[in-house]
Structures are given as C-alpha cells and as structure tokens.
Design a protein around this ligand. Structure first.
Ligand SMILES: NC(=O)c1ccc[n+]([C@@H]2O[C@H](COP(=O)([O-])OP(=O)(O)OC[C@H]3O[C@@H](n4cnc5c(N)ncnc54)[C@H](OP(=O)(O)O)[C@@H]3O)[C@@H](O)[C@H]2O)c1
Length: 264
C-alpha cells in the first residue's frame, strides 16, 4: 500500500477519462470539488505506469476497454496492493472479458463496487451510417437491451467513488424504458432530422464482424445468444439510478435530443 497519506482530500484516479462514462466522471468530480487525476500513456496494461499513477489516490475508476482479459491479473494486482477502493465499469452481457475482471477483483480482496450495464446510450457507432443517410446495419434490431445514459452511469460511479457504503455492491444500471435497437435508430433519426432505419444482417455476418475485433468465437457466440434472447425477453428497467442519485434515469429520447448534432 502507498506510503502517502490518503484521506477525503486525496484525488480520485479516473482511468479512461476520455471514454463515454469517464469524461462525465471527470466533469462531475470537478463540479463536486473532488480532485481527479488521469492515467498517463494509456498505461492500464503497463503495471509500472499504473502503480505510479495510483500512489496517493483515494479511489480508482476502472474500465476494461479490451476484447480479452489479457493483462487483467497484473492490473488488478496493482490495484489490490495500492488502493483502498475501486469502482469497476462492467458489462451485464455474458461472453465479455469484464466477467473475468470482476472475478479477479473479487478474489483480490480490494474493496470494490461493480457497475453493470447492457449498453450505454452513446450509440456513436451508428453515427457514420446515419450521417451518410443510409441504413444502420446490425444484428438483433428487435432486441431490447435497455441502454443507460452514460451521464447516469457517471453519477452512480461518482457516488461509489466518494461515498462510503457501496463496497461489495453489484449495481445493474438501465434506462427507464427499453427501446429495441431498431427503435433507437429511428429515435436518433427523428432527433437529427435524418431518415434512419435499421437493416438486419445475418448472425453469420455479425459473427464475422465481431470476430474481427479480437474476441474468441465462443465469446462472440455468447454475446450473439444474449442479443437474440433479448428479442423475446427485453431487459426490464431497474431503479438503481433513481435509488442512488435521487434523480430518475434519463430516457433514450433525451439522449438522442442532446446528441442529435453528432448524427447530422
Ligand atoms: N460501451 C458500452 O455500451 C458499454 C456497456 C456496458 C459496459 N461498458 C463498460 O464501460 C467500460 C468502457 O468501455 P467502452 O469500450 O465503452 O469505453 P470507451 O467509452 O470507448 O472508453 C475507453 C477508455 O479507455 C481508454 N483506454 C483505451 N486503452 C487504454 C489503455 N491501454 N490504458 C488506459 N486507458 C485506455 C480510452 O482512451 P483513449 O481515448 O485514449 O482511447 C478511453 O478513455 C468497459 O469496462 C465496459 O465494460 C461499456
């Protein structure tokens, strides 16, 4: 453990501060008067860089933006040795490496909180196709994954980073309603003034696309099975955002209205 004294005035280390959630965590910490620090050199997989960055930090926001869990043992080992609190941005979708990271955190003994989501509202991967005026091609247009607004994930993360009482919790974060993927595309199109529609691709085409990202075939199939199952069993809404922050979770329409310019 760090020799530096750690107390309520010590900074929070925000790993992934340019990410969908990380940027809002940075802004919300600043607005609350909490000091924050960032990880240099994208050093999450470089134990010496990570170890230097966590010195004197009171808590760490951890994300795992990689296709496999390679390197997670070392990273979690550093955190377990050096910090007293970790908040992990995890995924509720099986077949992703976040499950292995959760298991490492649990086995390490470091006090930590897990925030799970099926997907963030930030549907920026669709922006090029919507801007180009074409259809959005994807698998499982009828699937209801209940995306959560990344600003709400950040608000919960900030609570878990700076407040006591969240260690050991596993929070499932959703939006207040569950538009299908195809409906999300239509909602964005309406907000941006574009004719946007979903075009379904085959499971085999989706498998090829996802495998190109470096995931194993078994992991890709787990994710695709999960999406397929959400067609007949959409994800129900949780009240976790409201319960923890005191404000209702933002809906997908609000996200689309606030980000419409990115799709024009
Ligand atoms: N996206 C979703 O819908 C979704 C859903 C559920 C859970 N999550 C969780 O959210 C977390 C972030 O996922 P994401 O893919 O959506 O992230 P993201 O918003 O794309 O952000 C990833 C962040 O990680 C940083 N990063 C990349 N490589 C790094 C490295 N080697 N060392 C340190 N930082 C690095 C990126 O920095 P640069 O800007 O420099 O690349 C960026 O700030 C993950 O733990 C994921 O499980 C995401």
């Amino acid at each position: 453990m760090t020799d530096e004294r750690v107390d309520g005035t010590s900074p929070v280390l925000v790993i992934g501060v340019s990410g969908a959630v990380g940027r809002h965590v940075g802004l919300q910490l600043a607005a609350s008067g909490v000091r924050a620090r960032t990880l240099p050199d994208r050093g999450l997989l470089a134990p010496a860089t990570l170890e230097a960055a966590v010195q004197g930090a009171r808590a760490v926001l951890l994300g795992w933006p990689f296709p496999t869990a390679d390197g997670a043992t070392d990273a979690v080992g550093v955190l377990a040795r050096e910090v007293g609190r970790v908040v992990f941005l995890s995924s509720a979708v099986p077949g992703r490496p976040e499950g292995a990271v959760e298991a490492l955190l649990a086995g390490s003994g470091v006090p930590h909180t897990v925030l799970r989501a099926h997907g963030f509202a930030a549907a920026l991967q669709w922006a090029p196709e919507i801007r180009a005026g074409g259809a959005v091609r994807g698998y499982g247009g009828a699937a209801g994954l209940n995306p959560v607004d990344e600003r709400d994930v950040a608000a919960v993360a900030v609570r878990a980073l700076v407040e006591d009482g969240h260690d050991g919790a596993r929070y499932l974060l959703t939006g207040p309603e569950c538009p299908t993927q195809a409906e999300q595309v239509e909602i964005i199109g309406a907000a941006a003034g574009r004719a946007a529609e979903w075009r379904e691709i085959t499971r085999e085409a989706a498998r090829r696309r996802m495998s190109a990202g470096g995931r194993s075939p078994a992991a890709v199939d787990e994710v695709l099975d999960f999406i397929q199952a959400r067609i007949t069993a959409p994800e129900p809404a949780t009240t976790t955002v409201l319960d923890l922050t005191g404000h209702p979770a933002r809906g997908f329409r609000a996200w689309a209205d606030d980000h419409a310019a990115l799709f024009r």
